[in-house]
Design a binder for this molecule. Structure first.
Ligand code: NAG
Length: 355
């Protein structure tokens, strides 16, 4: 090969890598700094020190909080501890979460809970809790029945499927069926990093029911939080590094039709739909570099975003809370009940605020 040709090829390669790097730095918000937004009546939840990655709130005000996520590339303060699900009664004067007992027979030692979703059976008001689990960094979905009187999670089954390769979050749509955000190919950090670096849109949404599993949406940089509208017509999908909320209409055959995309600035994580207003709440990562390279001198911060009127032509996006990590690090979810706000984090504490 001629020298000129070699030089040209190296030049082209460097140009491509440079362009990818610039795009990646932009998508991961490497240089973004935020101004603080304080809320006056907040307290950290006692007993939650190792994450509160996802929060579900039942119609009666009981909050379920997944804690202890170990995720490749992200900080863990207690890697030897197994995960837990906390319960917090938001009607109580005393804001005091406690770890729920899990029925015998379930392997707690490898419990690594991530996204969650609840499903209430209209026939008998039974509450089912779906939990994305990463035992040995693989992906399963654990189905529990929440026995409220005894404060116990009864493990019903472990769902595994090759299409559920690396699951992040789920939204239940039936007693045994759900939509899940998922990475097609990779579980380990290096490959996930390259996938994000090159801007490959290889994450998807999978519909699961015992009789049928299929991909129903794809083309996300990094599909993460997923939730359903209160009228059950729409599915909302957060694309973290795309900085978008993607709205889909749900068809009777469970396929998803793209409706619209709402662009944000931040790295939004899980989604929560206010059961009264339909507003969408998310816990977000202001800066991806601080999240990925944990440093006590330069902590990953937290940001809570509310989106009102998302279906209108002019959705209203508000930063309800923002902190540089001095109080709360790596927020991943925000959920509301009766003017109370809970903010969860990937590996840090959890915050309770009176709005
Ligand atoms: C973080 O915010 C707190 C409170 O707003 C402030 O006192 C502190 O100096 C900030 N830290 C950094 C590193 O900016």
């Amino acid at each position: 090969m001629g020298t000129l040709l070699k030089l040209t090829m190296v030049g082209v390669l460097l140009a491509v890598l440079g362009e990818r790097l610039v795009q990646f730095i932009h998508r991961a918000n490497f240089f973004r700094e935020i101004d603080p937004v304080d809320l006056p009546n907040c307290q950290l939840l006692k007993g939650i020190e190792y994450g509160s990655e996802d929060i579900e709130i039942l119609p009666n005000g009981l909050a379920l909080i997944s804690s202890g996520l170990k995720y490749p590339g992200l900080m863990q303060f207690a890697p030897e501890r197994h995960g837990e699900i906390f319960l917090l009664d938001l009607n109580d004067e005393k804001i005091h979460p406690f770890s729920l007992r899990i029925s015998k027979g379930f392997d707690l030692s490898t419990f690594n809970p991530h996204g969650m979703s609840t499903y209430i059976d209209e026939k008998d008001d039974s509450v089912y809790l779906f939990v994305v689990n990463h035992p040995h960094y693989k992906s399963t979905v654990e189905l529990f029945k929440f026995a409220e009187e005894e404060n116990v999670l009864v493990h019903l089954k472990t769902i595994k499927h090759s299409a559920l390769y690396n699951v992040n979050d789920i939204v239940a749509v039936g007693p045994e069926s759900f939509y899940a955000t998922n990475d097609h190919y990779f579980t380990d950090f290096i490959m996930r990093f390259f996938e994000m670096f090159f801007g490959l849109k290889w994450t998807n949404v999978v519909y699961y029911s015992p009789g049928a599993v299929r991909q129903v949406a794809t083309g996300f940089h990094s599909a993460n939080g997923i939730a359903m509208s209160n009228d059950q017509r729409y599915i909302y999908v957060a694309d973290v590094t795309g900085h978008t909320v993607n709205i889909f209409e749900k068809r009777d055959d469970w396929s998803l039709i793209p409706v619209k995309v709402v662009q944000l600035e931040t790295l939004l994580d899980n989604l929560f739909v206010d059961p009264l207003t339909g507003d969408i709440w998310t816990g977000a990562h202001p800066n991806g570099l601080k999240l990925l390279s944990y440093n006590t001198e330069n902590l990953p911060g937290s940001e809570v975003i509310r989106i009102q009127n998302i279906h209108s032509d002019n959705p209203v996006v508000t930063t309800v809370y923002a902190n540089n990590g001095s109080v709360l690090q790596a927020s991943s979810c925000a959920a509301v009940y009766d003017n109370k706000l809970l903010v969860g984090t990937v590996f840090h504490k959890a915050l309770y605020c009176q709005l």
